[in-house]
Design a protein around this ligand. Structure first.
Ligand code: NDP
Ligand code: MG
Length: 379
């Protein structure tokens, strides 16, 4: 029985992780769960799964929740760390949104937990720290992001030096059929309407701006230790091929399936084994009949260009890219800026930043904070 600490239990990935746990009660137990402020959503889950520990974002939420449950309630970033290092926990599923997930990931690695990582912002903001700790402590980082799970599965039993390139597929997001001119004046509602996947608000906006693919390129660079020149992105609107690896002998391995995040979530929980996943639709290729592929256009999608540039520049540039993006997307969701201003704010934040070569955790946290403030109040 694997004991699981689930960070971000009320989110899109969190809820689907609970679906997987519910399906296999003999395999998995929810030991601890963390969420932000959404008590209404959390309460029935706490009642159903009876985790031993619960973490919330702030004191106010704790007071509200404490009236209804008996479990100890921990708070904030320290609470996330505490439940991630408990002796009885085997696997930490990090499904919070944003770089808030970084300190808990590092501590969980140091406590030698298996980490199922959905929280890509952690790897973008501080991939060098996360990977060097994972190597030092001999910890597996199992990707939950569907593209990275596909690459991980395609690499089973292969050696790293045989990789010629990684090919990450992109559905194109809500605005894939719009020209740049047509993006002027698009609304939050338009952006939240993703054609293939139902996800949290922030990642859905990232998919529309193509920043999600940029973050995934950086995530792949760190997870698989492959240089940026060997990471390619192609448009594939059906989201059936989740990503591919081309080897030096030109053989290409791909992982396919219907678009359902429960598949990569469960794989991260069962690796290196597999379990039945009966509620997921089987892939019927004869029904789909045709798959489409297109060249990616970084003029149409400047966020992807900026992500490659920040990744290649390295050091603190990806910390700035991530923080500027998180803040700009939040401003867009609040109705304070337009969709196209997301990319101009990120571009300005990157231009204004003096790159630091090998930032440590406290430098990363302060750059993250400064960047958010600059994007929100000064540019
Ligand atoms: P959601 O916005 O749906 O969920 C975020 C979760 O994090 C919620 O449980 C939220 O709680 C919690 N949370 C937010 N802030 C805090 C905080 N300060 N302390 C504790 N918990 C907090 O996000 P998604 O599930 O869509 O995405 C989560 C991560 O997974 C992101 O990094 C995303 O990029 C990645 N991912 C998501 C995919 C998807 O299909 N959704 C696919 C691939 C990757 P509350 O509900 O209370 O606000
Ligand atoms: Mg993805």
């Amino acid at each position: 029985m694997k004991q699981i600490a689930l960070l971000g239990a009320t989110g899109s990935i969190g809820i689907q992780t609970l679906d997987v746990i519910r399906l296999h009660p003999e395999e998995f137990n929810l030991y601890a769960m963390a969420f932000g402020r959404n008590v209404d959503k959390a309460l029935p889950l706490i009642r159903e799964f009876q985790p031993r520990l619960v973490v919330v974002q702030d004191e106010e939420t704790k007071d509200q929740l404490a009236k209804h449950i008996d479990q100890p309630i921990l708070i904030g970033a320290d609470g996330l760390i505490e439940v991630s290092v408990v002796d009885d926990v085997d696997v930490v599923v990090n499904a919070v949104m944003g770089s808030i997930g970084l300190p808990a990931t590092l501590k969980a690695i140091q406590a030698r937990k298996v980490i199922a990582i959905a929280n890509k912002e952690t790897l973008v903001t501080a991939g060098h720290l996360v990977m060097s700790e994972a190597k030092k402590y001999g910890v597996d980082l199992l990707p939950v992001d569907s593209e990275h799970s596909a690459i991980y599965q395609s690499l089973n039993g292969e050696s790293k030096q045989d990789i010629h390139k990684l090919i990450i597929t992109a559905s194109g997001g809500s605005f894939r059929d719009k020209s740049r001119e047509e993006l002027v004046g698009v609304t939050v509602e338009d952006a939240l309407n993703h054609p293939n996947w139902s996800m949290g608000a922030k990642i859905t906006i990232d998919s529309a701006s193509m920043m999600n693919k940029g973050l995934e390129v950086i995530e792949a660079h760190w997870l698989f230790d492959v240089p940026y020149d060997q990471i390619h992105v192609i448009l594939h609107k059906e989201s059936v091929i989740h990503s591919m690896v081309e080897f030096v002998d030109r053989s290409v391995m791909a992982q396919l399936g219907t678009p359902d995040m429960k598949v990569p979530i469960q794989y991260a929980l069962t690796y290196p084994n597999r379990l039945d996943l009966p509620m997921t639709k089987q892939l019927e290729l004869e029904e789909i009949a045709t798959l489409h592929f297109d060249k990616m256009d970084t003029v149409r999608f400047p966020c992807l260009r900026m992500a490659y540039e920040a990744g290649r520049a390295g050091g603190s540039m990806t910390t700035v890219l991530n923080a500027a993006n998180e803040e700009a997307v939040q401003l867009f969701l609040e109705g304070k800026i337009s969709f196209l201003e997301i990319e101009s704010k990120i571009e300005r934040a990157l231009e204004q930043h003096q790159r630091i070569h090998n930032p440590d955790l406290s430098t990363i946290l302060s750059i993250d904070k400064e960047t958010r403030e600059r994007v929100r109040f000064h540019s």
